[in-house]
Design a protein around this ligand. Structure first.
Ligand SMILES: [Cu+2]
Length: 329
């Protein structure tokens, strides 16, 4: 009889791993939050607060024309060899806060600080740093099912707090990619779908950036469409590992900043902005559930392109690292 009970217990616990999640979606597990590079992936319960800090570092090196690598020459690119970019690093410090005013609405605010550095073929180095565009968002709960699935709407708006007047030390206006903001109010809508089983979780987010009007230099950065799909495995009660695919498509700049000599360098050319890119990412989430750090989360994610096609001539994206800390109470 004891043997029978033991077999029953073992087989029940084994098969329960295969069955769907019992009960609603839960944030109280490491993969209760998406990969750290995904914004607005989760909501909170009424009255809950969250603070977060993310550090994102993006490396670009080598030139591309459409989907091909090209030599840094005038012959290959149509731009003066001296004025072609060689590499660029973009570091972003992202400070975020979330608060759930009800079980239906979670509010979000995000302040980013940018630090850009670009080297040209002639050895010139250009730098810009400062506050980027402030983003506010409301996440609205669309549906929650009893088997661990849920869906929400992201309604975000970014305010033109970032400078579009960044200059090189010689007084020339820096290119579009070195500016800190868009100069326009931008609408960031998205739909997010989440699903959990006992040991796995999945998510998908479809969204974009829609620019409203044009900025005071008479141009508008390209609108962007983005689709992300990820899956994560809960390894222990505190640790999960994730894989993510992300596709985004951003169009070129509409209009032009007449302070920039657009024939000189692709960095200054409105038609050499925006790209279609598919990336693959691997990430880890760690969730402290006990002790003094209970409620804190640490996460890291590395992403690299598997396919990219730039508009005009641009630097090739190599990799993106995102490291993050989150604390909810
Ligand atoms: Cu949160």
């Amino acid at each position: 009889m004891k043997l029978f009970t033991a077999i029953t217990l073992i087989s029940t616990s084994f098969f329960s791993h295969l069955s769907a999640h019992d009960g609603p979606w839960s944030a109280a597990r490491p993969d209760g939050h998406g990969p750290i590079s995904v914004m607005g992936d989760h909501m909170h319960e009424m009255g809950e607060w969250m603070l977060s800090y993310r550090y994102m570092s993006m490396e670009m090196e080598g030139l591309m024309k459409s989907s091909n690598s090209v030599a840094p020459t005038m012959m290959a690119t149509g731009f003066m060899t001296n004025m072609l970019p060689k590499d660029m690093t973009m570091d972003m410090h992202m400070f975020g806060t979330m608060y759930a005013i009800s079980d239906k609405w979670t509010l979000m605010g995000m302040l980013n600080y940018l630090d850009n550095e670009m080297s040209m073929q002639n050895g010139n180095k250009m730098e810009s740093s400062g506050l980027a565009d402030l983003k506010v968002a409301g996440l609205y709960d669309l549906a929650q099912w009893d088997d661990g699935r849920r869906m929400h709407l992201n309604l975000g708006l970014s305010l033109p707090t970032g400078s579009i007047d960044e200059k090189h030390t010689n007084g020339n206006t820096l290119g579009y990619g070195m500016q800190l903001g868009s100069g326009t109010y931008d609408f960031h809508p998205a739909v997010t779908y989440l699903a959990q089983t006992d040991n796995y979780s999945y998510g998908a987010q479809l969204g974009g950036v829609l620019r409203i009007g044009e900025n005071d230099q008479d141009y508008t950065l390209g609108n962007k469409f983005e689709a992300s799909l990820w899956g994560a495995r809960k390894i222990t009660e505190s640790l999960s590992a994730s894989a993510k695919f992300d596709y985004s498509s951003q169009s070129e700049v509409d209009g032009e900043d007449t302070r920039m000599m657009k024939m000189m360098s692709p960095a200054l050319n409105p038609n050499s902005q925006g790209r279609d890119i598919t990336t693959f990412g691997l990430g880890l989430n760690y969730y402290f559930q006990n002790g003094g750090l209970s409620g804190h989360r640490l996460a890291a994610e590395w992403e690299t392109p598997i396919d990219q096609k730039v508009n005009g001539v641009q630097l090739e994206l190599d990799s993106v690292w995102t490291l993050g800390w989150q604390y909810a109470w």
